[in-house]
Design a protein around this ligand. Structure first.
Ligand SMILES: Cc1ncc(COP(=O)(O)O)c(C=O)c1O
Length: 356
């Protein structure tokens, strides 16, 4: 059998090893200088005045909801097709995640349906740039009242752009993830990007037990330990510094796939004028389940796209969401990494052709 093709292969090597070794040598494994260094690089990469590093993308979403004061009686609109952390963050604050269907072709919120879900209790919307495809921001902003906060789930959209504007700087906050399948990875990690100094302060407090750094040892409100250690921040810095190179490599691999597959299955793309982040390359086909089994059997690691929230026990009472149903049944994530070769893309495409 040929070599297996992994679903994802983080682009980490000598630079990351050296960065970790440097931190180990200093003995300052957490709460040291690498946190601020990564935050500065991320704010630059997202076009915001601040970024706050946290322990995961889930922590970023949770703290964004905490910073907005989401609690019982509040509603937050989330897409029906997303990683469940988007909705969990709302519910864990005591708020209600109000599910809105997606456009199955783009996987993103169906903007036409958002206004029907708005109520006087709606405090925020969390649009997800799913798999790196920017949400049509102007259309969304036009239907959402000014007092309702837009918080980007940009877990897979670092470096992606909506009409030239960087994802992570479109909403009042952006939430990034550095999980190994993401564009920049630290193993586990995340960040909240924002240009609102008050929100950045609140996130910093909540990530560190609620401690206010003013010297009187008070904790006015309880917080978490959602800190990101220096060891992991150090791994992220060289990657953020070569973000453009990583994005270009992802674009190249996506191009190879699209060339081979666009006439056979529904292939992903950004809207005209936008830049896709290519966190994942997710196609759609009717015979998805057959393809998934067969490709896996020949060593090609494929995966479903993501979850349809209303199929989960935690969110089963809402619906129907035909767009999310369609995406959930048809989406197939192909192996995707900066280091993929054209020959590997050929192998995946040939295997998939049998099911198109
Ligand atoms: C859209 C989306 N939001 C949030 C998350 C959560 O990120 P993390 O795994 O870093 O907690 C993920 C991770 O897969 C994601 O894909």
């Amino acid at each position: 059998m040929s070599e297996p093709i992994r679903l994802a292969r983080p682009d980490v090597g000598e630079a990351e090893l050296a960065a970790v070794a440097e931190v180990v040598a200093t003995g300052m494994l957490t709460m040291g200088p690498k946190v601020g260094e990564l935050e500065c690089a991320l704010a630059g990469a997202c076009g915001t005045s601040d970024a706050v590093a946290v322990s995961s993308g889930t922590a970023a979403l949770h703290l964004a909801m905490m910073a907005l004061g989401i609690g019982p009686g509040d509603e937050v609109i989330v897409p029906a097709y997303t990683f469940p952390a988007t909705a969990n963050a709302v519910e864990l604050c005591g708020g209600k995640a109000v599910i809105v269907d997606v456009d199955p072709d783009t996987f993103n919120l169906d903007i036409g349906l958002v206004s029907t879900a708005l109520t006087p209790q709606t405090k925020a919307v969390i649009p997800v740039h799913l798999f790196g495809r920017p949400v049509p921001w102007a259309e969304l902003r036009a239907v959402v009242p000014e007092e309702v906060a837009l918080v980007e789930d940009a877990a897979g959209a670092l470096g992606a752009r909506y009409r030239g504007t960087l994802c992570g700087s479109l909403g009042v906050m952006g939430c990034l993830s550095f999980h190994p399948r993401k564009i920049v990875t630290t193993g586990e990690g995340g960040a909240v990007t924002t240009s609102d100094a008050g929100l950045a302060d609140a996130i910093r407090r909540f990530r560190h037990h609620g401690i206010v750094t003013r010297g009187d040892y008070d904790i006015p409100e309880p917080g978490f330990n959602y800190r990101m250690p220096d060891l992991l921040c150090a791994i992220g810095i060289p990657q953020v510094n070569r973000l453009e190179e990583l994005l270009a490599a992802r674009e190249r691999v996506a191009g190879w796939y699209t060339e081979r597959l666009q006439h056979l299955v529904l292939t992903p793309r950004a809207a005209d004028g936008d830049r896709h982040g290519w966190q994942a390359y997710v196609v759609q086909l009717d015979r998805r389940d057959e393809a998934l089994q067969s490709l896996r059997a020949e060593g090609i690691e494929v995966q479903i796209g993501t979850y349809a929230l209303h199929h989960l026990g935690a969110y089963r009472d809402q619906g129907p969401f035909p767009g999310a149903d369609r995406a959930f049944a048809r989406a197939l994530a192909l192996p995707f990494a900066t280091t993929m070769t054209e020959a590997e893309c050929d192998r995946v495409a040939e295997a998939l052709t049998r099911f198109a």
